[in-house]
Design a protein around this ligand. Structure first.
Ligand SMILES: Cc1cc2nc3c(=O)[nH]c(=O)nc-3n(C[C@H](O)[C@H](O)[C@H](O)COP(=O)(O)O)c2cc1C
Length: 145
């Protein structure tokens, strides 16, 4: 199995509705391809993990990079893994928009700030640390599975 992590920028400010429509577009594909996807969004940036078989991660990422809903896509890591962090997830996501909510504040204190939200790190190990923190604390509604 493989894990790919990338970050990108949204051309216009993000809100939860936009994130939900991306999750909606992705869910069916990811389930069909046995891809585990986890998307984090701040007001201006995305950070995503895509896990699955090599071919499936490749074809999914090829679709993702062509999507005009984001730009400045930077691949942070693409590696062989023994076990998935997001197995059978299909697609889930979380928005950390406000700098007044508790999770945003905590992440900003730990990982720094960019454009008013948590800074998504370029270092792959730090991005993974952030993802694990969120995975542990976030209440992700069932329907986003
Ligand atoms: C930030 C972001 C993350 C996305 N993640 C996925 C994903 O994990 N899986 C997926 O199939 N599509 C994902 N998409 C949507 C794809 O870009 C594309 O719209 C979708 O796969 C439908 O493609 P199709 O019309 O060629 O079937 C994502 C889009 C954005 C902007």
């Amino acid at each position: 199995m493989y894990r790919l992590i990338y970050k990108s920028r949204s051309p216009s400010p993000l809100d939860w509705d936009t994130v939900v429509s991306i999750l909606h577009d992705s869910k069916e594909n990811n389930e069909k391809n046995q891809i585990g996807g986890f998307l984090m969004a701040t007001r201006h940036h995305f950070l995503q993990v895509v896990e699955g078989k090599f071919e499936d991660v490749n074809t999914t990422f090829m679709r993702i990079v062509r999507d005009p809903r984001h730009t400045d896509i930077v691949m942070l890591s693409y590696e062989v893994i023994d076990s998935c962090l997001f197995e059978n997830w299909g697609m889930k996501g979380i928005g950390v928009f406000g700098n007044n909510d508790e999770l945003s504040q905590r992440l900003i204190a730990k990982f720094g700030e960019e454009d008013g939200g948590v800074r998504f790190p370029r270092e792959s190990w730090m991005a993974l640390a952030l993802i694990l923190d969120v995975r542990e604390v976030a209440e992700l509604p069932e329907w986003k599975r």
